[in-house]
Design a protein around this ligand. Structure first.
Ligand code: ADP
Ligand code: MG
Length: 282
């Protein structure tokens, strides 16, 4: 008994050490060019996300934020650089590989979850069906077990009473919360969120962002793109500013970054979210 406890304590220590040393997600020198483009959409991008931390990626429209998330999710091939989860390289750029699927093994597929701006639920499946589909079909989990976990997740996002509703019966905010559950049921090590409130009416933004804040409090490692600056400031452990596919500023002190940005680019970018009236001078 004592021995067993010691062994498991040693294992826990080993895991803790690995976590301390290896970032949950590590991106190195990532470069990507779309077919027929004359320059890279992502150019030598490198960053780490420690386990349990939240990285917020900021940047003007077209700066490459979605492409970055999609590349990490294995949805876009990369031409150079590496993407590693806990030190294990899951994708490696191949020069000349402009199209086709990345080399990511399907076994690694579920280690990264992603939620997009458009809540792309399957219209012909109920809320519960949407959440349990991948775990039962792809991961071959027992339907009853998947349903039970789906219900727990719906509880967490305050939608347990809508388990049997159809997507068209839900508001946009509710659909996004279901989409979050659908990603979470695969227990992703890293969750990627791409402007998940951008298409929502203002009153629904809050209910979705509250769920994301709760995930952060529970130690879910996340990379998120958002234009909600107050939310970004509240949730970020680390901030990156992308411009033309390159990191032009970054900070481990989000409060300082948002309240007193140092670089001209950050000042300019954050300034674009402020409104001032130009009072006529007498
Ligand atoms: P962001 O999310 O920051 O707005 P994107 O990653 O969507 O930026 O796009 C970055 C650049 O890549 C833009 O110039 C966009 O036009 C281009 N782009 C995005 N997707 C594709 C694609 N599938 N094929 C070619 N170019 C693309
Ligand atoms: Mg985008």
């Amino acid at each position: 008994m004592t021995e067993a406890r010691n062994v498991s304590a040693a294992q826990t220590d080993a895991v803790a050490q690995t976590d301390a040393v290896q970032p949950a997600l590590s991106v190195r020198h990532l470069t990507k060019t779309y077919p027929h483009a004359d320059r890279p959409v992502l150019n030598d991008v490198s960053f780490d996300v420690p386990k349990g931390k939240v990285l917020v990626v900021l940047g003007p429209s077209g700066s490459g934020k979605s492409t970055l998330l999609r590349a990490i999710a294995g949805l876009e091939p990369i031409q150079s650089g590496t993407i590693a989860l806990r030190g294990e390289v899951i994708d490696e750029g191949k020069p000349g590989r402009l199209t086709g699927r990345s080399k990511r093994a399907s076994a690694l597929r579920t280690r990264i979850g992603m939620v997009f701006q458009s809540y792309d639920l399957f219209p012909n499946k109920t809320v519960l069906g949407n959440i349990t589909m991948a775990p039962t079909l792809v991961l071959k989990r027992k339907p009853a077990e998947a349903r039970e976990e789906a219900m727990q997740l719906l509880e967490r996002v305050h939608l347990a009473d809508r388990a049997n509703a159809w997507p068209h019966e839900l508001s946009g905010g509710q659909r996004q919360r279901v989409a979050i559950c659908r990603a979470l049921i695969e227990h992703p090590e890293v969750l990627l969120l791409d402007e998940i409130t951008a298409a929502l009416d203002p009153e629904m933004v809050r209910e979705v962002l509250d769920v994301v804040l709760e995930l952060a409090d529970n130690g879910q490692t996340m990379v998120l793109v958002t234009h909600e600056m107050r939310f970004a400031e509240a949730i970020a452990d680390r901030v990156l500013l992308l411009e033309d596919g390159a990191i032009v500023d970054s900070s481990d002190d989000p409060e300082g970054f948002f309240t007193n940005p140092q670089s001209e680019r950050a000042k300019q970018f954050l300034g674009s979210f402020e409104y001032k009236r130009h009072e006529a001078t007498a």
